[in-house]
Design a protein around this ligand. Structure first.
Ligand code: NAP
Length: 271
C-alpha cells in the first residue's frame, strides 16, 4: 500500500471539509486538515478519525500569515516526510457595489484568496520540486471568468488565481508538479448568506460540496500522465439567483448586508 499525504486548506468548512471526508475513506491516505480555528479543526478531525480508513490530523494555519504558512508546512513535512498533494480551498467572499466597498475589503479578499494561495503553494513548491513529484489542486471560482455587479473584488482575485494557477501548471510540468485548477460555479456551502431568501431559493440548483470532493478524488485516482489542468465545473440548472444578483442588491454573501440598491437588469447570464 502506498502512502499519500494530503494537506487541505479551508478544511474546516464547505468544499475543503467535504474533500477531507472523501479522502478519509481511503486507506493509505494521511489527511491533514487546516484552517484558522483550531478548536473547530480538532473536533472535526477527531470526529472524522472515528470512521476513517485514513490517518487524520489537523494544523492551524492562517494562509494570510507568511511566517505561519512556512512554519506549519515545514512542521508537516518533518512529521510526515512529504506533502504529496496540496489542496487549496481556503477563501473568503466579500461582495458589494464598488462605491460601497472599503479598502479593507479589498485587502482581506486579496490577502486570503490570491496572496494566501501564492504563499501556500510557494511553501510546498521547492519541497515537491526537489522530490520530483507533487500535486497541487486549487479550488477557484468561475467569477474569475465573468464579471457581474457587486463582484469586483471577488472576480478580480479569482481571475488572478486562475492566471497564477495556469502559469504554475506550465512551470510545474518541468519539475514534476501537477497543478490542477478546478473552476467552480455555485456550490451550496456556508460561504453563502443563510439569511438571503434568493440564495436559499437557489441552493437546490447549486453543486454540492460532496460532488466537488468526488471530482477531486477522481482526479487523484487518474494515471500520472493525465493532467486535468483547468476544469470548469458548473451546476447545470439555470438559477434565479443570477438574475437577482444582476439586479442587486449585492447581499448574497454574509458580509454584504449593508448594500441596498437596485440597478436595472440589463442582461441575464450564467456563471
Ligand atoms: N461555494 C461556492 O459557491 C464557491 C464557488 C466557487 C469557488 N468557491 C471557492 O471555494 C473555496 C471554499 O469555499 P467554501 O464555499 O467551501 O466556503 P466556506 O464553507 O466558507 O469555507 C471557507 C474555508 O476557508 C477557511 N479560511 C477562510 N479564511 C482563511 C484564512 N485566512 N486562512 C485559512 N483558512 C481560511 C475557512 O476556515 P476558518 O474560517 O476556520 O479559518 C473555511 O474552512 C473558496 O476559496 C471559495 O472562493 C466557492
Amino acid at each position: 500500500m502506498t502512502s499519500h499525504t494530503v494537506l487541505i486548506t479551508g478544511a474546516s468548512s464547505g468544499i475543503g471539509c467535504a474533500i477531507a471526508k472523501v479522502l478519509a475513506t481511503q486507506q493509505g491516505n494521511t489527511v491533514i486538515m487546516s484552517g484558522r480555528d483550531s478548536n473547530k479543526l480538532t473536533s472535526l478531525a477527531s470526529e472524522l478519525a472515528k470512521n476513517s480508513l485514513a490517518h487524520i490530523d489537523s494544523v492551524t494555519m492562517d494562509v494570510t500569515d507568511e511566517g505561519q504558512v512556512a512554519e506549519t508546512i515545514n512542521k508537516v513535512v518533518k512529521k510526515y516526510g512529504a506533502i504529496d498533494t496540496l489542496i487549496m480551498s481556503a477563501g473568503v467572499s466579500i461582495h458589494g457595489y464598488f462605491s460601497e466597498l472599503q479598502i479593507c475589503d479589498f485587502d482581506e479578499v486579496m490577502n486570503t484568496n490570491l496572496r494566501g494561495r501564492f504563499l501556500t503553494a510557494k511553501a510546498v513548491w521547492s519541497i515537491m520540486a526537489e522530490s520530483g513529484h507533487g500535486v497541487v489542486i486549487n479550488i477557484s471560482s468561475a467569477s474569475g471568468l465573468l464579471n457581474y455587479p457587486t463582484g469586483s473584488i471577488y472576480s478580480a482575485t479569482s481571475a488572478g488565481v486562475n492566471s497564477l494557477m495556469d502559469s504554475m501548471a506550465l512551470e510545474g510540468q518541468e519539475v514534476g508538479i501537477k497543478v490542477v485548477n478546478i473552476v467552480l460555479g455555485q456550490v451550496d456551502t456556508p460561504i453563502w448568506n443563510p439569511n438571503d431568501e434568493l440564495v436559499n431559493d437557489a441552493r437546490k440548483g447549486m453543486l454540492t460540496p460532496e460532488s466537488v470532493a468526488d471530482y477531486v478524488q477522481f482526479i487523484l485516482s487518474r494515471p500520472t500522465n493525465e493532467h486535468y489542468r483547468t476544469t470548469i465545473l458548473h451546476p447545470f440548472a439555470v438559477q434565479p439567483l443570477l438574475r437577482g444578483r444582476n439586479r442587486g442588491p449585492g447581499g448574497h454573501f454574509p458580509k454584504t448586508n449593508t448594500v441596498d440598491k437596485t440597478v436595472e437588469d440589463k442582461q441575464t447570464f450564467r456563471i
